[in-house]
Write a protein that binds this ligand. Structure first.
Ligand code: TRP
Length: 371
């Protein structure tokens, strides 16, 4: 059997450069590698609703944004199936059965869930109006189980994700092992694929904070205009001790250099900054003193424009035909549904809850009552 990819994103906002280096770029490479029999890319609206129950409009607005970001980044609907999670109801049914194979205690130990509960400020107890605190929604608490359905429904062998998703994949593998040992070999054990290098896993925000996040306003969006990119690059956090060009500078914790680590290659130097053969030479000069932030920022801007400009062009084309984008999502969701339905049939059969197709069961009961 060929290899199958499933991965996806919650549609809570437009995708930014962090998403690009952390996953999108890789997906496009995997798509073009020809190594995969099928690739499913899911817009996880149902998962996004697990902690946005009171804001469905936000999710509804961002589905098209994420779809446009996917298409402009180079995902090709001829090669990958892009679909919307909520339009594949089979996923819910799978999750409902998997819930019986996972303990509350195991879910409580999931590090990502733990951290997210903290981050979202859910209280230990129930909703508390006096303290203006909310308890953890059950749907949110159990989303790792729903994620196991997403992955197993497509018999995915390969799940390309960022490190923060590792506990989800681990939990999926446990569910698969448990299911197969209780009901017989049915589900496929997935492997996780991480981005290649460490900088790629986590791109800091333009302000130097650990992560790009919409609420911190430190993101560079894939859909930003050239002007916006220039402004954001120019306002990037560098080295507060590098006041004069001649002062020695630090490259560690300097966002411009972190981004150069992630994006620059030797060809970029030959093309835009031939004074240096590579990033090491440039860093040395910065450390010694004599290299200004302006020059570094201009170089970074040129590199970013080189891959963002074609994305912008592609986005413009799709923006001019939004009904076509919805049609891509509709067709993708239909195809995904057909695939998930096959797995669900296998699951029902393995669990022996396919009563009407179970000739043995009907024969057994016929015998029982006919004596
Ligand atoms: N949890 C993922 C995120 O927050 C989105 C997601 C939902 C996902 N289901 C998935 C990722 C299945 C990989 C596989 O980004």
């Amino acid at each position: 059997m060929g290899k199958v990819i499933l991965t996806g994103d919650r549609p809570t906002g437009k995708l930014h450069l962090g998403h690009y280096v952390g996953s999108l770029k890789r997906r496009v490479e995997l798509q073009n590698s020809g190594e995969y029999e099928k690739i499913f890319i899911m817009i996880a609206d149902a998962q996004a609703l697990t902690d946005n129950a009171d804001n469905p409009e936000k999710i509804r607005q961002n589905i098209i944004e994420v779809a446009l970001d996917y298409l402009s980044a180079g995902l090709d609907p001829e090669k990958v199936t892009i679909f919307i999670q909520s339009q594949v109801p089979e996923l819910c049914e799978l999750a409902f059965y998997y819930m019986n194979l996972v303990t509350v205690q195991r879910l409580q130990r999931n590090p990502t869930v733990k951290q997210e509960i903290q981050l979202r400020g859910f209280s230990e107890g129930d909703d508390d109006e006096n303290q203006n605190k909310k308890g953890t929604p059950v749907g949110f608490f159990t989303y790792p189980i729903s994620q196991a359905s997403d992955i197993t429904a497509f018999k995915a062998t390969t799940v390309p994700v960022g490190v923060d998703q590792a506990p989800m994949i681990e939990q999926t593998r446990e569910i698969v092992h448990k299911f197969n040992s209780v009901y017989g070999e049915t589900l496929v054990v997935p492997e996780m694929v991480l981005p290649e290098n460490v900088t790629c896993c986590r791109l800091p925000g333009t302000d130097g904070k650990a992560k790009m996040s919409k609420s911190l306003g430190n993101c560079i969006y894939l859909s930003d205009t050239s002007k916006e990119i220039k402004k954001k690059v120019n306002s990037m956090f560098t080295d507060p001790e590098h006041l004069q060009i001649t002062d020695p500078g630090h490259v560690e914790g300097n966002v411009v250099f972190t981004y150069l680590d992630a994006f620059s290659n030797d060809e970029h130097f030959a093309k835009y900054l031939p004074e240096y053969a590579n990033l090491d030479e440039m860093k040395d000069h910065y450390r010694r003193g004599g290299l200004g932030d302006g020059t570094c920022k201009k170089f970074l801007f040129n590199i970013m424009e080189e891959f963002l400009q074609p994305m912008r062009e592609r986005r413009k084309q799709y923006e001019q035909n939004i009904p076509q984008v919805y049609e891509i999502l509709r067709k993708g969701s239909e195809a995904a549904r057909a695939e998930a339905a096959k797995t669900l049939a296998d699951v029902r059969k393995a669990m022996k809850i396919d009563y009407f197709d179970d000739a043995d069961l009907i024969a057994e009961h016929t015998k029982k009552y006919q004596g």
